[in-house]
Design a protein around this ligand. Structure first.
Ligand SMILES: [Zn+2]
Length: 228
């Protein structure tokens, strides 16, 4: 979809921040998504070097200093385009933020989602971790009690450190799983596979993101308990 350049009337692809014909900065589109900002397909694996290079090239071209002599509208547009570009870059360069963003674009609810039992998905223990989480909560409770009493239990501390190592390796496994799913997603985008294929992949990605968030919270709790 093209728009017409406000200055010279040439066609400007939707979301392109400037007109290639006359070089004038265009009014930013609210509705443009971050992949379009970088002229990227909606894929989960991104060439980071290319992304960074494009970001710096576009930043230079939109730099507000270049528009010091321009009209107030153009000055404002260069600021708005720059801030949109920064948001897009920040989101796309982080693989997890990128994944969540793409899923939201695809209409998937993240984080706020409720599971079948009506509880927030974040608070639901992954079934295979039930035992470990139960034990961890006991240890964390004991640690808090100790702190209140001004006591230190080196064995408990060692146990918690061990638990942390275990959960960190679980996180690494989740990341490996996510990488495989990113690859499947991108393959589906490239091929003309049926929509139901991407539906399955989306569900698996959401499940791994939930698991990742859950385990990260556990690691954070352990870190807090060990801090003193
Ligand atoms: Zn133009």
């Amino acid at each position: 979809m093209n728009a017409a350049c406000w200055s010279c009337g040439s066609a400007v692809p939707a979301g392109k921040p400037w007109c290639d014909a006359c070089g004038k900065v265009q009014a930013p589109l609210e509705s443009v998504d971050f992949f379009t900002v970088f002229s990227l397909p909606r894929k989960l694996r991104i060439d980071m070097t290319a992304l960074e290079r494009t970001f710096y090239r576009m930043s230079r071209k939109l730099h507000p200093d270049l528009y010091a002599q321009a009209s107030p509208e153009e000055r404002q547009w260069s600021l708005d385009q720059t801030s949109q570009l920064n948001d897009a870059y920040r989101t796309l360069k982080d693989p997890i933020a990128r994944t969540e963003y793409l899923l939201r674009l695809e209409g998937v609810e993240i984080e706020a989602g409720k599971s079948d039992d009506g509880k927030p998905r974040d608070s639901r223990v992954p079934p295979d971790l039930l035992e470990e989480v139960f034990e961890l909560n006991m240890q964390l409770e004991e640690m808090r009690m100790n702190r209140k009493m001004g006591e230190d239990d080196p064995q408990l501390r060692a146990d918690l450190e061990k638990a942390r190592t275990q959960f960190e390796s679980q996180l690494a496994a989740v990341d490996t799983g996510l990488e495989a799913l990113w690859a499947s997603w991108d393959e589906t985008v490239d091929s003309s596979a049926a929509k139901s294929d991407t539906g399955n992949i989306k569900g698996e990605i959401v499940a791994l993101l939930d698991r990742r968030r859950y385990i990260r919270n556990l690691v954070r709790d352990v870190n807090e308990a060990l801090e003193t």
